[in-house]
Design a protein around this ligand. Structure first.
Ligand code: BGC
Ligand code: BGC
Length: 629
């Protein structure tokens, strides 16, 4: 009996071993080299609407008539600050962009007329139709007088994909009006550390929400896949960015390194791309960041094998601002490695001319195979044909009435209203009666630029006057209007000094505008050194004035003391140009009945001040009037 038992045990072990060896692997093999992806462990997606026989034969025909110089030109994008129309005539570049600080005319004139004149001049010079790209990341935000929508973090709090799609469509129209064809949006980052200064460009820390919104924003900007030439119908090309893992960098450092495992990269950071590709997104931008020590711009396993092969992406991959120059062995003006890894178009804002010469030389020397160049050019021309760039008609161009139309402003106001999250409402202080005498304080109360944040009439935002937003309304202006209509009054004093004691104070304060790099934090604590805003809150509190805090910010900040000092606390994010939205929700009717309820809930955990890090309010939190007895 004993020997039999032993052999049974042995065969069970052998069977187990076989089963282990044969099990289908969904995770990366244990011997995985760092920074090398395993496409078979990724889910699949499929580019919608980009590949069809008619488009491909048109592209084939175009390419058969193109010189090597013209092909090399197609894979390079220059910034408008570094190229003239005359140069574009000689160097047939595939695209131009307007970087965050690039204006179309002298004196930082960002009027619609200046943008349109530039677009037309560049287009007239280019021998092959160019793509004109810009960071329209919360509306067409580099154009004076355009509608500025809430930044993505606020849209995340709204949990409304249909709203996001409508915003995409409105943004595309406001772009088409001034001659842009390509939005560097949406950002599909899934930030895991709020110290990252680009957190506000993201919808959520929740991959499922980012995925839901990705398809909606792509459809909004581009129109439905297969719906025909986008430009002729007031649409533009979208960009899913930054592929992939930009929100996962260690300590939230911009352009840093993500140490995520491959399953985590897929489960958290890649989710938005699946939906964006399924919705037909025309371009994907590579991330400045690294994955397991490998720069995305040079990572063939992620760009070629995962994105293009496994995920079936048929559009083109654009590099980020001189991102190719960060690959080991590359410079801003020479980088065959990026092309070989899967970048199809270099974003070479300033070094484009030398890059052109060097790339052409590398092609002639055989360092770049003609087939790789042809594939990149084919992808770019495919997008151009699909967009309708080869058809001269641009029915939306010049329709100035579309910019900040009543319809778009109402949409922005709805969005800002839906994005507000009520974190505290002690004693049901809110909504306020419209007959109330209100002190409006805080340095964010009457400052539209503060409401809009970074990527607004400039890269880092800030430094604006309310007059720079002829279409906009400050939060104070909105409160004043609502209170005046209801028989109450609004007294503005940013420092919180008053002549006549108010019945209640609304204090609007928060972060100052920032963007990439400058927005990174070492600590998530709000005003860790000198708590200036807290002083104001405590002073008003000491005077027994009921306090409503409206916090403007690109992310939650740890600020228990400020929340504790307030009777009511509203996270307003970066609501954009329609400051009146705040009054819609805070000010009720003459008897104090709400005119609009709060609908937003957190799309990120809100940290507590106490260490070790824990949440004061968890993802999904948000009060409403209806739920408060
Ligand atoms: C540009 C931005 C760009 C940044 C990159 C700025 O000068 O205006 O568009 O993103 O540089 O470093
Ligand atoms: C940013 C991108 C942006 C590009 C062009 C880069 O610095 O990372 O998000 O699209 O500049 O402005």
């Amino acid at each position: 009996m004993v020997p039999l038992e032993k052999s049974t045990r042995q065969s069970v072990l052998v069977l187990l071993w076989c089963a282990l060896m044969m099990r289908p692997t969904s995770a990366a093999p244990l011997d995985a080299a760092p920074g090398v992806a395993h496409p078979a462990s990724w889910p699949r997606s499929h580019s919608a609407g980009l590949l069809d026989p008619a488009t491909e034969s048109r592209v084939t025909d175009l390419m058969s008539r193109m010189s090597p110089e013209q092909k090399v030109g197609q894979i390079i994008q220059a910034d408008i600050g570094h190229i003239t129309a005359e140069e574009l005539r000689r160097y047939p570049l595939g695209a131009v962009l307007a970087g965050g600080d690039s204006a179309p005319a002298a004196g930082a004139d960002r009027s619609p007329r200046a943008w349109l004149a530039l677009a037309r001049a560049l287009r007239a010079a280019a021998p092959i139709p160019i793509l004109f790209g810009i960071d329209a990341v919360h509306g067409n935000n580099a154009v004076r007088g355009a509608t500025i929508f809430p930044h993505n973090i606020g849209l995340g709090a709204a949990h409304d994909a249909a709203l996001v799609e409508r915003i995409g469509a409105a943004t595309a129209q406001e772009m088409a009006v001034v001659g842009f064809d390509w939005a560097f949006a949406p950002a599909l980052s899934v930030p895991q550390d709020l110290r990252w200064g680009r957190s506000y460009e993201s919808y959520s820390q929740d991959p499922a929400l980012v995925r839901r919104y990705a398809g909606a924003m792509v459809r909004g900007l581009q129109g439905a896949a297969d719906s025909g030439h986008a430009v002729q119908s007031g649409h533009v090309a979208a960009t899913a960015k930054h592929f992939v893992g930009d929100g996962g960098t260690r300590d939230g450092i911009d352009q840093g390194n993500s140490e995520a495992s491959e399953p985590e990269l897929i489960r958290v950071h890649a989710q938005g791309y699946l939906a964006a590709i399924d919705a037909g997104v025309m371009t994907v931008m590579a991330s400045f960041s690294s994955w397991q020590g490998s720069k995305l711009h040079g990572n063939a396993s992620l760009l070629n094998d995962v994105l293009k092969e496994r995920l079936g992406f048929d559009g083109f991959v654009v590099g980020d601002w001189n991102g190719h120059g960060q690959i080991a062995g590359c410079t801003n003006t020479s980088c065959a490695a990026a092309l070989m890894a899967g970048i199809d178009m270099f974003m070479a804002p300033d070094g484009w001319k030398e890059l052109f010469d060097n790339t052409l030389a590398q092609l002639r020397a055989g360092n770049i195979p003609a087939a790789r160049l042809d594939d990149a050019v084919r992808r770019i021309l495919r997008v151009k044909v699909k967009l309708g760039l080869f058809d001269a008609a641009r029915p939306w161009e010049g329709r100035a009435d579309v910019l900040a139309s009543n319809f778009h402003r109402a949409l922005a106001r709805d969005a800002a209203r839906e994005s507000l999250v009520l974190l505290k409402n002690a004693g049901a202080l809110l909504p306020l009666r419209a007959t109330a005498r209100v002190l409006v304080a805080g340095d964010g109360a009457d400052d539209i630029g503060r409401q809009c944040g970074g990527w607004t009439l400039g890269w880092q935002g800030g430094g604006h006057h309310n007059g720079d937003f002829p279409q906009g309304e400050s939060i104070y202006a909105g409160l004043r209007t609502a209170l005046a209509a209801g028989g109450g009054s609004a007294q503005l004093s940013t420092s919180g000094h008053y002549r006549e004691k108010p019945e209640v104070a609304i204090v609007v304060f928060g972060e100052r505008p920032y963007a990439e790099g400058a927005g990174d934090l070492r600590s998530i604590e709000y005003q860790p050194g000198e708590r200036r805003d807290l002083e104001l809150l405590l002073r008003l509190r000491a005077e027994h004035i009921p306090l409503v805090s409206v916090f403007l910010s690109g992310r939650p900040r740890a600020m228990d003391a400020e929340i504790d000092a307030s009777d009511a606390f509203v996270a307003a994010w970066l609501p954009g140009s329609e400051g009146g939205a705040i009054a819609d929700v805070l000010i009720g009717d003459a008897r104090g009945a709400a005119r609009h309820d709060f609908r937003g809930t957190l799309s990120f955990d809100w940290p507590a001040s106490a260490a070790p890090p824990r949440s004061r309010f968890a993802l999904g939190y948000g009060l409403s009037y209806a739920a408060t007895p």
